[in-house]
Design a protein around this ligand. Structure first.
Ligand code: NAX
Length: 346
């Protein structure tokens, strides 16, 4: 299939100051489009929920048997008759998929096989995310926003950042918004409030069991709530539950989280394109050394949006409990980073 060129690609994602987008269409690439997250995500992207009133051209990037399945997904998208849905492209070719892309969701990844070491998994994914990063650098729109969902998401994003020449590190992120949303859900249930009344939740570190969901700065209707949450509940229930929620979902549902993952990916990209006033969300991005996290590793931080770019919230005082938890998850990220460095992937 051919791809229609965008009318004003470089202005995508920018607004006129009144919240209205300049340009009429946006090119969106999704790898792993035939997977279960893709099956939920694509419908949300086609509605206008993320990119507003712009025409959405979807590039569904798949491999192997996934290509035929993605063609079926494309047929269903067509059958949904979305007024804002433009061209749908199904491809295995990274250059075709990423050409002039303004938003990229890297969802497809190689899952860990039985008996496989963590280093094997990192190497296998390096073989996927390195070439994807390179192709993004070569053909995507210069203002492209990239969200890595496929696991191990943080280190996969570090590999993308190392290969995406000409793309600023801050344009490449990994998803910890699902962990953030899971943490909000747990606290809202505990306190009996709505998630919309909560702000300043933080997830630090890796999208893995070592992550640190942190309520130290959390507010409910603008007022701090840490004092209302007892330490035993936080350390024995809340933190492990959020960190291992993925495994809990598999145990109960029989399959991994897909709709909640897609929903969080939508939240991440919608906020990035449209802005969020003053709010904090958790975003994994290449560290600039903030909070002692070594530069280059992709770590989840509290972030807010300033002029369309994620900025790490600065100046938080970190107590001993937080320091210990942050160091633990950062140590895991450093180890992963070192492994892919030794493999020549970053
Ligand atoms: P599925 O196995 O349902 O789908 C994955 C799809 O990716 C398949 O259709 C496969 O053909 C395709 N694929 C594999 N390699 C590819 C490549 N090189 N290029 C393009 N497509 C490729 O998995 P799904 O449940 O959709 O999950 C996708 C990924 O998200 C997994 O790595 C999973 O671990 C990860 N997750 C990350 C989360 C996060 O918060 N960061 C949460 C949800 C999810 O677990």
């Amino acid at each position: 299939m051919t791809i229609q060129e965008p009318t004003s690609a470089n202005l995508a994602g920018q607004t006129q100051g009144n919240g209205e987008p300049h340009n009429a269409e946006v090119n969106v690439a999704i790898t792993g489009a035939a997977g279960q997250i893709g099956y939920s995500l694509l419908w949300r992207l086609a509605t206008g929920e993320v990119f507003g009133e712009r025409r959405v051209n979807l590039r569904l990037i798949e491999v192997g048997e996934g290509v035929k399945a993605a063609q079926g997904v494309a047929m269903e998208l067509l059958d949904s008759a979305f007024p804002l849905l433009g061209q749908i492209t199904v491809t295995e070719d990274l250059h075709e998929g990423f050409r002039d892309a303004h938003a990229v969701f890297l969802v497809g990844a190689k899952p860990r096989q039985k008996g496989e070491e963590r280093s094997d998994l990192l190497a296998a994914n390096g073989g996927i995310f390195g070439p994807q990063g390179k192709a993004i650098g070569e053909v995507a729109s210069p203002d492209v926003r990239v969200l890595v969902v496929g696991n191990p998401a943080n280190t996969n994003a570090a590999i993308v950042a190392a290969h995406a020449e000409g793309i600023a590190p801050r344009q490449i992120t990994a998803m910890t918004r699902l962990d953030h949303n899971r943490a909000l859900g747990q606290v809202a249930e505990k306190l009996g409030g709505g998630v919309a009344e909560l702000d300043r939740m933080i997830v630090w570190g890796n999208h893995s069991a070592s992550q640190f969901p942190d309520v130290t700065e959390l507010t409910l209707k603008g007022k701090p709530v840490a004092d209302q949450l007892d330490q035993a509940w936080l350390t024995e229930e809340f933190i492990p539950r959020v960190a291992k929620r993925g495994a809990e979902i598999i145990e109960v549902r029989g399959r991994s989280s897909a709709a909640s993952a897609a929903s969080s990916a939508v939240d991440h990209m919608r906020d990035w394109f449209n802005g969020i006033e003053g709010e904090w969300v958790s975003v994994a991005l290449p560290s600039d050394g903030s909070y002692g996290v070594p530069e280059g590793i992709v770590c989840s931080f509290p972030c807010r949006l300033v002029d369309g770019q994620w900025e790490i919230v600065q100046g938080l005082s970190i107590n001993e409990f937080q320091r210990e938890r942050i160091e633990k998850t950062v140590a895991e990220l450093q180890e992963e980073f070192q492994t892919v460095k030794d493999q020549g992937l970053v």
